[in-house]
Design a protein around this ligand. Sequence first.
Ligand code: SF4
Length: 767
Amino acid sequence: MAVRVDLQLEEGLGEQDVDRWVQSACVLCSHGCGMDIAVKNDRIVGVRGRAEDRINRGRLGPKGLYGWQANNAADRLTRPLIRRDGELVETDWDTALGAVVERSRQLLATQGPLAMAFYTTGQLFLEEYYTQAVIGMAGIGTPHMDGNTRLCTATADQALKESFGSDGDPGCYEDINDCDTLFLVGHNVAETQTVMWMRMLDRLHGPDRPRLVVVDPRATPAAREADVHLAIRNGTNLALLNGIQHELIANGWVDHGFVDAHTVGFDQIRKIVTQYPPERAAAICGVPATQIHEAARVVGTARRLVSTCLQGVYQSHQATASAVAINNLNLLRGMIGRPGCTVFQMNGQPTAQNTRECGANGDMPAFLNWQNPNHIEQLARHWNVDPSVIPHWFRHTHAMQIFRYCEEGAIRLLWISGTNPAVSLPELARIRSILAQERLFVVVQDAFLTETARLADVVLPTALWGEKTGTFTNADRTVHLSEQAVDPPGEARTDLEIWIEYARRMNLQDADGQPLVKWSAPEEAFDHFKRLTQGRPCDYSGMSYDKLRTQGQIQWPCNDQHPDGAQRLYEDLVFNTDPDDCEEYGHDLTTGAGNEEKDYRALNPAGRAILKAADYSPPHELPTEDYPLLLTTGRTVYHFHTRTKTGRSRRLQEAAPEVWVEVSATDAERLGIGEGDLVRAESRRGSLQGRARIGDIRRGVVFVPFHYGYWDRQASGPDGDGRAANELTVSDWDPVSKQPYFKVAAVRLVRVEPADGQQAPAPEVTA
Ligand code: SF4
């Protein structure tokens, strides 16, 4: 990718005005672009792409260029808040943390550790997640720990474990430079990872153009560039992918030498996918069979195949089975572990990888296997606790179940850090009522008074990126160090400082009566974590803060064998599936039933990748006469998650100021809806209002961006019709990854009032 240094400074400032540049990387998507932070008068005043960074070669997208403005927002939280007589009022740290400690102690004494739960994010730093995992698992001893990565990349994590034995994307972004075929499934890359899309565009508009197949019900920018665009019916990914696998086998496009030597499970998948000739898949997916034939031919004749997927797979029906089917395609073609050949089970959030690596999503840190007693002993030794202290008697509790336990009263303290479930979880009326319960003590750690924070009992003000030091890891395993550039505002503290102080006040101890958390600074936390990873797939042991400063970025594994990091995993075609090393023993993809060690040993993968398949089944909520349309929620290029940060960047907010409801021309005509009309979208669970955009979207499908909540209306929820897409979505999730479904809810549209000259507030450049 050619160097182009993108720069954005506060109006009226030039590069010569900047006091200092501080090394960092962007935390507004999983691409992880290297950038420097511009500081003037101890304020962040801009950013500049790092030309020497192999991730982006200086390029930045709109969120990267303008997202930093949120740091300077006037409504940053600067003091802790506590609920008194129903109102949140300012207090001091001693009182706020004292209240959290008191409630924790009381619950531990009366109800035990299962009364406490932690729900974190994909936007903190490695050091913070790791510290939280130590506290939650070895200090409190609760299995109720998850991150909002459950909504985002739980399926990526799960699919990688199912196929390759452990988490971690096999390839690197340079594989996009080297491939001759790109296969994008449910991945609106132009809006979710703009700089990755720049890399693809360089190829698509350069010499030796790769072929491109896109699966998406909307005509996204990537779909508009595609050789084959499959605008399939929501919730039918698996039928399509089974159809394509059918064609690979039927047409002799399988690399049998590779499959025989380096995989297990071929006979099992053949039995299933041979039931899906393209004509059957086409009838399920609602696209012409010729398109499936053509897509399969492109994939089947590729010489170097890069496949990617994101929320169109992860947040849709049969998520894990579909994501695994994408892994299958590259394995059947023998296209992994070499230049131009990989699968990107993409991440959404910038530090989602670290949530998973550090155990803050409930997985064991360092990709250790919760079912393997030797792994638990290794972890217990590292933390100097008894193995029985670490909850490993069943799989950790996923976010949807945590909220269910809160609803039922089993969990009485929910600690939410850096995330906004009052906008991002499905079925918001239910979520708000759970968070508002008197008996549930809600602690929120955030930089802003989010919709969720408004429902909390205690709010702890936090530092943002640029105001703290730490590391994070992007979707191609590249680790960046982000240095503190300025102080946080007022009394705000880093999440790391808050966790450490909580552990101290709780007197959390190891087996020798020493403090459980043995560090007081980010670098010490990093070093403690990296020692645990030695010999594991995510091996950080060869990294240090100094090395990251000097080299700018390093991919794991980084160890004696790979002192500067490794570009690709599995170059030796030995996968992480050895029963003694693997991160999990896998699942039945249809039911989610977990394998036991003996099942896994019987499969005998022993370093070979695992091919798995499942039959298609229809989504649980299908269109009816009353609710004849299918809702899919998604993103716009200008916003990140619930707009907590990007909504406070003037340029980003002006570019996409308000929710809209996107509908096809055919449906709009049938319903008498014109561009810009105010419409109400209704599901069985709630409603929202927005202006209609007549878009290039599959007939029968409605798209609503999920970013818009209520914080800028000074509320935690709607007063009347809603604005948040998740008012409509359904409490249903994938049986394997437990990721909620945001792409399959039945809705109807009602025209409320005519446009009267108004346009839908949808950005023109987006899908
Ligand atoms: S592509 Fe992602 S990481 Fe890069 S600048 Fe844009 S938001 Fe930031």
